[in-house]
Design a binder for this molecule. Structure first.
Ligand code: GLY
Length: 370
C-alpha cells in the first residue's frame, strides 16, 4: 500500500509517497513534473551501485532520459567544492529552468542536490528519493537544503521545497543495522517531541521497526513524515514550532563537532544521546519528571543507541568545549543558549536564555570532564 502524505504549503504544496517498490514507479511518478523527458539524477557512488540500475530502468520505462551526476559518499561532499562540481555538471548537461533534478540518496545527497537545484539558474525544481531511514523521516521533507563550511555544518543553504518525495521502503533493505538505528533516533524524536501515543507505540514496536518488519516500518515512517509535514506546513521557515524538530540536536551537534561529523559518531547516534541528555537536563531543571526522562532514555537505549556520554564514541568529552560549540551554534542568539527541552513525553518546547554554566555543570554530572 502506498500512502500519500500532503505537505500543505499553498502553491508549493507537494506529496510525500511512502510505500514499497516506489522506485520502480519513479518514472511514472516524476513524469507529470517534467517539461521535457529528462532529469539529472544526483546520487552517490554507494547508492548508485546498489540502486542506480533500478531507478534508471524505471525512468527509461517512462521514456525519461536519466543523466547520472554521481558524487563521492560522505559529509565532505557537502561543501562549496561539491556544490561547484554538481552545478558545473548540471550546466554541462544543459539543464534549463524547466528541467528537474532528482536527488537520490541519503541526507548528504538530498541537502547538496537540493541546494544545487535552489541556486542553479536562480532555482529549478527537484524531486527527493531518500534512501536512508533518516533521510526519509527527516531531511528529505521540509525543504531545508545546505552545504557545510569549515566553520560548521549547514551554514550556507536555502529553503527550497521539493516537488515530490518518494520514500521507498524497499531501498531500506540494503541499509546497515547501524544506519537503521541512526535513523530510528529521528523516528523516536517525533514521539518524544509531540506524540506520546507514538512514543508508546515505539516502546512496544521499536524492535519490529529496526528489523524492518514491513507493517511496523511503514507505520513508523508514515507517522514520522506526517508529523514533519504538519509542522513544516505550519512553520516552514522555523520561526516557531519547527524548532522542536531540533530536539536533542544542540547536544548532538556539539558531540559531532568533537568527533568530526563522520563515522566515529553518526548524526543519528548523536541525536540519540542528545535527546536522552535533553530529557535528563529537563528533569534536572525541574521541567519534567525523572520518570519521563528515564523512560525516554530507555526508549532510545532499547534501539541500541548511546544514551550516556560514557558510551558515546569520543568519550571523555570536555564540558567547556561542548558548551563552546553550543554557543557557536546558529541557534544561539545574543550569547544565550537555546535548547529544545521537555515538560514530559511528547511535550517539547523551545527554551531560550538557558544558562551556559548550568549546562556545563549538567554535562560534568553526566560524565564530561570539568
Ligand atoms: N531537520 C530539522 C528540520 O527539518 O527542521
Amino acid at each position: 500500500m502506498t500512502r500519500a502524505i500532503p505537505v500543505g504549503l499553498g502553491g508549493r504544496a507537494y506529496e510525500v509517497l511512502v510505500g514499497r517498490d516506489l522506485l520502480d514507479q519513479a518514472g511514472a511518478r516524476i513524469a507529470p513534473f517534467l517539461k521535457r523527458p529528462r532529469t539529472a539524477v544526483v546520487s552517490d557512488e554507494t547508492v548508485w551501485r546498489l540502486h542506480g540500475e533500478r531507478l534508471t530502468a524505471a525512468l527509461t520505462a517512462a521514456g525519461i532520459e536519466a543523466h547520472p551526476v554521481i558524487v563521492a559518499p560522505g559529509e565532505q561532499t557537502k561543501s562549496f567544492e561539491g556544490l561547484a562540481d554538481v552545478t558545473d555538471r548540471l550546466l554541462a548537461l544543459e539543464l534549463d529552468r524547466g528541467d528537474i533534478v532528482t536527488a537520490f540518496g541519503g541526507g548528504v545527497v538530498g541537502d547538496l542536490a537540493g541546494f544545487a537545484a535552489a541556486v542553479y539558474k536562480r532555482g529549478i525544481d527537484f524531486v527527493q528519493i531518500p534512501t536512508t531511514l533518516l533521510a526519509q523521516v527527516d531531511s528529505s521533507v521540509g525543504g531545508k537544503t545546505a552545504i557545510d563550511t569549515p566553520r560548521g555544518k549547514n551554514l550556507v543553504g536555502a529553503f527550497h521545497q521539493p516537488r515530490l518525495v518518494l520514500a521507498d521502503l524497499s531501498v531500506l533493505d540494503t541499509l546497515s543495522e547501524r544506519e537503521m538505528r541512526a535513523g530510528y533516533a529521528e523516528v523516536i524524536k517525533y514521539g518524544l517531541l509531540g506524540d506520546r501515543d507514538f512514543f508508546e507505540w515505539l516502546e512496544a514496536n521499536g524492535g519490529k521497526v529496526l528489523t524492518r518488519e514491513p507493517g511496523a516500518l511503514a507505520h513508523a515512517v508514515a507517522r514520522s513524515i506526517e508529523m514533519k509535514a504538519e509542522i513544516v506546513a505550519e512553520d516552514e521557515r522555523e520561526q516557531g514550532r519547527r524548532a522542536l524538530l531540533n530536539l536533542g540536536h544542540t547536544f548532538a551537534h556539539a558531540l559531532e563537532a568533537e568527533t568530526g561529523y563522520g563515522a566515529t559518531l553518526l548524526h543519528g547516534e548523536a541525536v540519540g544521546v542528545g535527546q536522552a541528555l535533553a530529557f535528563r537536563f529537563s528533569a534536572e531543571l525541574g521541567l519534567c519528571s525523572g520518570q519521563d526522562a528515564e523512560r525516554a532514555t530507555r526508549g532510545i537505549a532499547a534501539a541500541g543507541l548511546p544514551v550516556r556520554l560514557a558510551e558515546t564514541p569520543g568519550h571523555p568529552f570536555d564540558a567547556g568545549r561542548l558548551v563552546h560549540h553550543m554557543a557557536q551554534d546558529k541557534k544561539a542568539e545574543g550569547g544565550k543558549l537555546t535548547f529544545i527541552l521537555a515538560r514530559g513525553l511528547g511535550r517539547a518546547f523551545t527554551a531560550r536564555d538557558v544558562d551556559a554554566e548550568a549546562v556545563r555543570r549538567f554535562l560534568v554530572a553526566e560524565g564530561a570532564r570539568g
